[in-house]
Design a protein around this ligand. Structure first.
Ligand code: SF4
Length: 471
């Protein structure tokens, strides 16, 4: 029986009067110009997508947006709890708003996201940062208008972090950051409880959106000309598990792949425990699905994988990679890896190094273990010194850099389809199907287009190329 509670259209519509009252309040307070909001996002793509929905609600309230905090009438930080230094930065950045609030008493300061979903953190902000007006958690994002309206009308600060876990709100307005790449969240939460990870405690249990709602949103994005759609979830491979609709992730991919249009489907984040042979067979059969696959392995040691509660072994991970390459020959892999997990020995670490060599990843997201209060790993014995962990970290990144450099050097002379993404001075950074960036000469008018790019040179940190044809 699914635990997912879909917020009803009536519940969502009940937010509209609050939205209108906030619009009237600012029309009265600021008759000269519409109110401006400054939204800062910390952390992962799921948070970026949540911020796009927060901006959608703010736009409905009549807000415009600014990239300058001191121009804003409302400042919102969408926070992240994954690593200690991310949290330290937020404490520092919020503290820095104290003087701005003194200069602009009507300024609203709002905190939301995973960091403040933790009760002890929310209370710390409430007690020690009296200029923060509203703090709300990850499960009540859809009630933002109501919460903000309450703070404004009652002139009272508020903390709202109920653990009403397991809901999905369809139909929240969205203001997207990009015009050719879009995030499409398909699920939320995680049931895996890796021992180092705070996500299951702040994002709740897994719940998947209805496939029809996902496909309807994909159709809208395709019709709006988006070239790349990234399906989002903490563990996209377990999409649909336990849901009445019975559509699993490979089936969802097949249905989106069947939609008319010239677009690429990407997805993140995957988990080796739920990545199946059916999934790789589906990628092989679906021409619109990216051949780049992000598959976090975290450690090469079975002993550490067990301590991490990852539910797969090194051998199973390598079998998955081998199977994927047998059915999708041009597939490329990136991954996440943690160094210095409590109790990790030199031997365990060398298992990680040998796995990196064996797979040959395009690139790696590398982290030194960061204890998260409330997770089992934070209570584990951790004898290895921070200095030693840094040495291991440097050794591992040096290995990956040399493997990446060898891989990119072999690409010189090849011509590939790339998406022209970002203007950097006189150059444009384009993304290849395997997620590698190539820099080409071009102008901003080309951004968002696909092009055939010939790779002319491989530098240690980037590829250089030339546009052969705009597609
Ligand atoms: S799969 Fe593990 S690391 Fe990823 S979000 Fe879930 S608990 Fe965290």
């Amino acid at each position: 029986m699914s635990r997912t509670r879909v917020i009803s259209p009536e519940e969502l519509a009940a937010q509209r009067p609050y939205t209108n009252r906030i619009r009237e309040y600012y029309a009265f307070l600021l008759p000269e110009h519409p109110p401006l909001a400054f939204v800062r996002t910390y952390g992962c793509q799921q948070n970026v997508s949540d911020s796009e929905h927060i901006k959608g609600m703010l736009a409905a309230m009549g807000f415009g947006f600014t990239e300058q905090a001191d121009e804003a009438d409302l400042i919102l930080f969408n926070t992240c709890a994954v690593r200690e230094h991310a949290e330290d930065r937020v404490f520092g950045n919020v503290g820095a708003l104290k003087n701005l609030k003194r200069r602009k008493p009507h300024l609203m300061i709002v905190l939301c996201g995973c960091m403040v979903q933790q009760e002890h953190i929310a209370q710390k902000f409430y007690k020690s940062y009296p200029f923060v007006n509203l703090i709300f958690g990850t499960h009540v994002l859809y009630r933002f208008p109501e919460l903000l309206c309450g703070v404004i009308e009652e002139q009272k600060r508020r903390v709202e972090i109920p653990s009403e876990d397991g809901n999905i709100a369809e139909g929240i307005p969205v203001v997207r950051d990009g015009s050719f790449k879009a995030w499409l969240p398909i699920m939320n939460g995680c049931n895996n409880f890796c021992t180092y990870c705070i996500v299951p405690y702040v994002r709740g249990r897994e719940r998947s959106r209805d496939p029809e709602a996902v496909i309807a949103e994909a159709k809208e994005l395709i019709a709006a000309g988006y070239k790349e759609i990234t399906l989002l979830g903490q563990n996209v491979n377990s999409y649909g598990k336990g849901e009445a609709h019975g559509v699993n992730f490979p089936e969802l991919l097949r249905r989106i792949n069947a939609l008319e249009g010239d677009f690429l489907i990407r997805f993140m984040t995957s988990h080796p425990r739920d990545a199946t042979k059916e999934l790789f067979d589906t990628i092989a059969a679906c021409e619109k699905v990216s051949r780049h696959f992000h598959l976090p392995f975290q450690s090469g040691s079975n002993r550490i994988l067990k301590e991490m509660n990852r539910h797969y072994t090194r051998e199973q991970y390598l079998d998955l990679i081998a199977y994927a390459r047998s059915v999708v020959p041009d597939i490329s892999f990136t991954s996440d890896v943690i160094v210095g997990f409590p109790g990790e020995t030199r031997e365990d670490f060398e298992q990680t190094l040998s796995l990196i060599e064996e797979v040959g990843f395009v690139s790696l997201f590398t982290f030194i273990f960061s204890p998260r209060e409330g997770t089992p790993a934070a209570r584990m014995d951790d004898p290895v010194s921070a200095e030693e962990k840094v040495k291991w970290f440097q050794e591992m990144t040096a290995l990956q850099e040399s493997l990446s450099a060898k891989r990119t050097a072999a690409m010189v002379g090849e011509t590939k389809k790339a998406l022209l993404e970002t203007a950097v001075g006189d150059f444009i950074e384009a993304r290849l199907p395997d997620n590698v960036i190539v820099r080409v000469k071009g102008d901003a008018a080309m951004i968002g287009k696909h092009a055939l790019v010939r790779i002319t040179e491989a530098k240690s940190w980037i590829l250089l190329g030339e546009i052969k044809q705009i597609l």
